[in-house]
Design a protein around this ligand. Structure first.
Ligand code: ZN
Ligand code: ZN
Ligand code: ZN
Length: 554
């Protein structure tokens, strides 16, 4: 993976990862996950066999021939296949299944259309009648049949998505994400967004695709989203139900997004403090205890005593009364500054309603972003990072400061009062001079591109704060194929290990979650970074997956 020609080849793919022409003879990834798979030795037009990487069956569109080939592979015994061929077979089987799912849903949609066209008289609605027929034909529950009919109808208005499913470019799970996320839009806007995002959807996991579409819907029709939110807020409630295991569940539903995020972070901050004080259990388990304690009027500190565990010096255990934090330390009382909110500057300044996102939560509408930013501005220790991006959202530079721009993060509207009129938004809205001066006063550190000149390299193992910010700004999530773990909760990994002379520099470090960090160090895994921010993961089955970060919300 380290030769120059290898790097040049990967770079040539990455320059235009989704814009390769159909006639391109390199391998096209029908079902990747934000990456493109490489074929060792390149595509061999002659001599590529069967299901191995780049072989005819590995790249064939789904059809009766491919179905026959996958069937033969099973008949002959999959244990005879190499790792590479196995991966080729499983990908081909998924494409064939997608093609057949498209057939099934088209048949359901046609049946539904016929029933709609018939006079229904006093009987049940057409959708209910067709659902009953589908339930009988496929032996489904009413609920499952309803879902099948809804999916078929939703898909029938998104031509591009139906075609991609039929061609095996996306699978049923991705098609379902399109239908669900675009359901609230009128047919025209829904099909426009489907057309725009279906190309490349096969290269995204369902979570990535959902995030992308949610952002797009928020950006295209924020008013509709706001109306739906306001209507659903009427249905705010607390639900309890028995879990399948026999345990109980309790959840708040239809809450204001920014306050739900803050509540979650508050629980986790308390749980972390308790864990550090010696409370046994995983962070999730302790968070659940904190959640219950807060809801039942119990001081979270008393949890240390109630478990019978000895607290450490900072939080001595005592059942009654709840322990006081040791001198000089205090229980977190408000949300800690561990909310990582990313939003376009124009949203922050209230001159657009473009959505942002919260690490670990996902896309967040503009008004919730502003509410959250305003709350965070009231917290001591809040930091502000500005990432300069290309027009399509890829990071170019980064600056850090402790002061927000003037005019940003105004107090959110009161909970019961009328909401502010939406900002106008649009290209004519200039950034106010005071905010422009704030931007101009920041020191922007430009990210290295191509060959790195190592301006921020440090001899230490750990990157300093600036280098860490740059590395995480460039890759806001774990760089492993399909992984969405926010960079804030990732390790900074050296591609070439530090003890083997790997630099602590942009060109050799990237965020990797604990799981993928461990995988990378295990047998059969290899990682290369042909240029900063672009990672080539070679997996034990021999194929290489190239990843780069998704664009920022812009
Ligand atoms: Zn920063
Ligand atoms: Zn470097
Ligand atoms: Zn990961």
């Amino acid at each position: 993976m380290s030769t120059d020609s290898e790097r040049a080849r990967i770079r040539s793919w990455v320059d235009s990862p989704q814009a390769r022409p159909a006639s391109d003879t390199r391998v096209r990834d029908a079902l990747g996950a934000g990456f493109t798979h490489d074929v060792s030795g390149g595509y061999r037009e002659l001599g590529a066999r069967g299901f191995e990487g780049g072989g005819p069956a590995d790249v064939m569109a789904p059809c009766s021939v491919l179905a026959e080939l996958t069937g033969q592979a099973l008949e002959a015994g999959v244990e005879r296949l190499t790792d590479d061929e196995l991966v080729g077979v499983l990908r081909a089987a998924r494409r064939v299944a997608s093609w057949q799912q498209a057939v099934e849903l088209a048949a359901v949609a046609e049946l539904a259309e016929r029933r709609v066209a018939e006079p229904s008289g006093q009987g049940p609605r057409p959708a209910e009648r067709v659902s009953a027929e589908v339930a009988a034909a496929l032996t489904l529950t009413s609920r499952a049949a309803d879902a099948e009919v809804a999916l078929a109808s939703g898909l029938s208005r998104l031509d591009a998505v139906g075609t991609a499913l039929r061609r095996g470019e996306i699978d049923l799970a991705r098609a379902s994400v399109f239908v669900a996320e675009l359901a609230g839009l009128d047919s025209l806007l829904a099909s426009v967004l489907a057309d725009r995002h279906v190309f490349g959807a096969g290269g995204r996991t369902t979570a990535q695709l959902r995030q992308l579409l949610r952002r797009a819907v928020l950006a295209e029709d924020p008013e509709a989203v706001r109306r739906r939110q306001r209507a659903a807020r009427q249905d705010a409630r607390v639900e309890t139900w028995p879990e399948g295991s026999g345990n109980g569940a309790i959840a708040g539903r239809e809450l204001p997004a920014d306050r739900a995020i803050l509540a979650d972070r508050h629980i986790r901050a308390l749980a972390r403090a308790l864990q550090q004080a010696g409370m046994p259990g995983t962070l999730e388990q302790i968070s659940a205890e904190v959640f219950l304690a807060l809801l039942t009027g119990q001081a979270p500190g008393s949890l240390l005593g109630s478990t019978g565990q000895q607290g450490d010096v900072a939080y001595p255990a005592a059942a009654q009364p709840p322990p006081e934090p040791a001198p000089g330390r205090s229980w977190p009382t408000g949300p800690l500054s561990t909310v990582h909110l990313t939003m376009p500057l124009s949203t922050w300044l209230s001159i657009s309603d473009r959505p942002g996102e919260v690490a670990g939560y996902g896309a967040l509408d503009a008004w919730s972003c502003r509410g959250l930013a305003s709350t965070l501005a009231g917290q001591s220790g809040t930091r502000y990072c500005l990432t300069v991006t290309t027009p399509d959202g890829y990071p170019l530079g980064h600056a850090c400061t402790r002061t927000p721009p003037p005019g940003a993060a105004q107090p959110p509207p009161s909970q019961s009062g009328p909401e502010r009129a939406p900002p106008r938004g649009g290209p004519d809205d200039a950034i106010p001079a005071s905010a422009a001066a704030w931007v101009g006063g920041l020191t922007v550190h430009w990210l290295e591109t191509g060959a790195c000149s190592h301006p921020r390299q440090t001899p230490a193992y750990r990157p300093g704060r600036l280098l860490e910010h740059l590395v995480k700004a460039r890759n806001p999530t774990c760089t492993a194929p399909g992984c969405r773990r926010p960079a804030q909760r990732c390790d900074i990994d050296h591609v070439v290990p530090y003890h083997q002379g790997g630099r602590t520099c942009e060109c050799n470090t990237h965020p990797a979650c604990r799981r993928h960090h461990r995988c990378k160090g295990s047998r059969g895994w290899q990682l290369a970074m042909p240029e900063p921010g672009i990672l080539a993961w070679q997996l034990p089955h021999g194929r290489t997956y190239v990843t780069r970060a998704d664009p920022y919300p812009i």
